[in-house]
Design a protein around this ligand. Structure first.
Ligand SMILES: Cc1cc2nc3c(=O)[nH]c(=O)nc-3n(C[C@H](O)[C@H](O)[C@H](O)COP(=O)(O)OP(=O)(O)OC[C@H]3O[C@@H](n4cnc5c(N)ncnc54)[C@H](O)[C@@H]3O)c2cc1C
Length: 411
């Protein structure tokens, strides 16, 4: 029996399995095994909305066993501890497993760049637990502040909200938090609280979403400015503590809410083998194979893939999905001893939701913004959700969100 092992059930892993089943659905000599420490696929693009009550947390997770129901598919629910490429063996928390072909798509974790206090005090937005924790915290801050305001206490550290990183996740989250405060909390808490809210984005570059088209960058900045979100450009964080942050110019901002969207590094798993890294990510060739190990492929946020133009493929879901297609094809080609296909990434476009009824994006070199872009964003994203149940529930959440306040229960 031939074993194809896929490590990680995120965008890269799930779509690799989907593509492999195009070729191996009725091949009972081939077993396709997916391993992940969580039993669901997480639709990360909706994490910001889930953290601010726009969609339910449950609607953005999809059980892996419900996605794949094939005889030659196996799911192992376990943490992966070690990948031994020399012996084709994987050490799991629950045992060991070997393979004939391997795909590593273990994604990324937040990178705090050793900044003092960042890991301990900052919130992150990489998992469903992160989204839940952040939502709970935002609600608790307002509950505390609404009690303290009657006693005339200084509320600065409570009502300052700092997002570190002005990339697409940072700006989207800032706008979503603004949406929650100004469209839902405004109706529930004393107006004085809302008036004193400050949302900051801190960005070390001299522009927001600096990797994007200049017109798009301008539109994002204008929207963020119109929402009253304060943008501090060319600033880095030196220290994060429970009650304040310190910037590189020693400016201090009082805050109890720091949300870290400033960068990622590959997931922590020990690898034994002769491998190369670039920018901390595992380096693969144009066929997405790891050098020295032709039977091993790496994709998604975990891998460093150089495009034809010499630039690294961005760490995006759409890149991971495109890579998954080529990996599945190349595994089939390896088995059939056919030539391998080179991977080349072309960004189809990008849409960034920026609060209620507004998004900005670029699709095939066309810049779109406003309500049309927002509708387009919703249509595109709902089409990417895998299970019909989750698509329907997300659509219902969105319709409710248009007309009614968001659900601000703590869970
Ligand atoms: C808030 C947010 C919003 C985003 N929005 C967009 C967007 O709008 N558009 C876009 O294109 N991209 C977006 N992205 C980026 C996108 O999520 C990633 O690029 C994509 O998920 C990468 O896919 P992947 O398979 O490499 O990793 P992931 O999807 O993260 O999957 C990795 C999997 O590996 C598992 N894993 C990791 N370590 C272990 C271990 N030791 N043992 C067992 N299992 C393990 C994890 O549980 C996870 O299921 C967003 C990301 C975030 C965080």
């Amino acid at each position: 029996m031939r074993k194809i092992l896929i490590l990680g059930g995120g965008f890269g892993g799930i779509f690799t399995v989907k593509n492999l089943f195009k070729y191996f659905k009725n091949d009972f000599n081939t077993e396709i095994i997916l391993i992940d420490s969580r039993n669901y696929f997480l639709f990360t693009p909706l994490l910001g909305e889930a953290a601010t009550g726009g969609v339910s947390l449950r609607d953005i997770i999809e059980p892996i066993r419900e996605i794949f129901n094939y005889k030659n598919f196996k799911f192992i629910h376990s943490k992966i501890l070690e990948i031994d490429l020399d012996n084709k063996n994987i050490i799991l928390e629950c045992g060991e497993i070997n393979y004939d072909y391997l795909v590593i798509s273990l994604g990324s974790v937040p990178n705090f760049y050793d900044i003092v206090g960042a890991e301990k005090y900052a919130f992150t937005l990489k998992s469903i637990d992160d989204a839940n924790k952040l939502k709970k915290h935002l609600i608790n801050i307002f509950e505390r502040a609404s009690f303290l305001i009657e006693k005339n206490n200084n509320l600065n550290s409570l009502l300052n909200f700092v997002i570190v990183g002005g990339g697409p996740t940072g700006v989207e989250l800032a706008a979503e938090i603004h949406n929650l405060f100004f469209n839902t909390f405004k109706k529930m808490y004393p107006l004085d609280l809302i008036k004193n809210v400050n949302i900051f984005i801190i960005e070390k570059n001299n522009e927001l979403v600096s990797n994007f088209n200049p017109i798009l960058r301008k539109k994002v900045f204008q929207r963020i400015f119109d929402l009253g979100i304060k943008v501090l450009l060319n600033k880095s964080i030196k220290e994060v503590s429970k009650e304040f942050i310190v910037l590189d110019d020693n400016q201090k901002i009082l805050t109890q809410t720091v949300i870290w969207t400033a960068g990622v590094r590959p997931a922590d798993v020990r690898i034994i083998g002769k491998i190369n890294f670039k920018n901390n990510r595992i380096l693969v060739n144009e066929f997405l194979q790891i050098n020295n190990y032709p039977e091993v492929f790496a994709i998604g946020d975990y891998a460093y893939i150089q495009n034809k133009d010499g630039v690294a493929v961005p760490q995006l879901a759409q890149a991971a999905v495109a890579e998954a297609k080529i990996v599945a094809l190349n595994i089939k080609n390896l088995i059939l001893k056919n030539n391998l296909i080179k991977f080349e990434f072309k960004l189809k476009g990008y849409l960034i939701p920026l609060g209620k009824l507004f998004a900005v994006g670029e699709i095939h070199n066309l810049i779109v913004s406003g309500i049309l872009a927002w509708i387009l964003w919703r249509l595109v994203y709902v089409s990417k959700i895998i299970l019909l149940r989750n698509k329907i529930k997300t659509l219902i959440d969105w319709i409710v969100d248009l007309f009614l306040p968001r659900n601000t229960s703590e869970i």
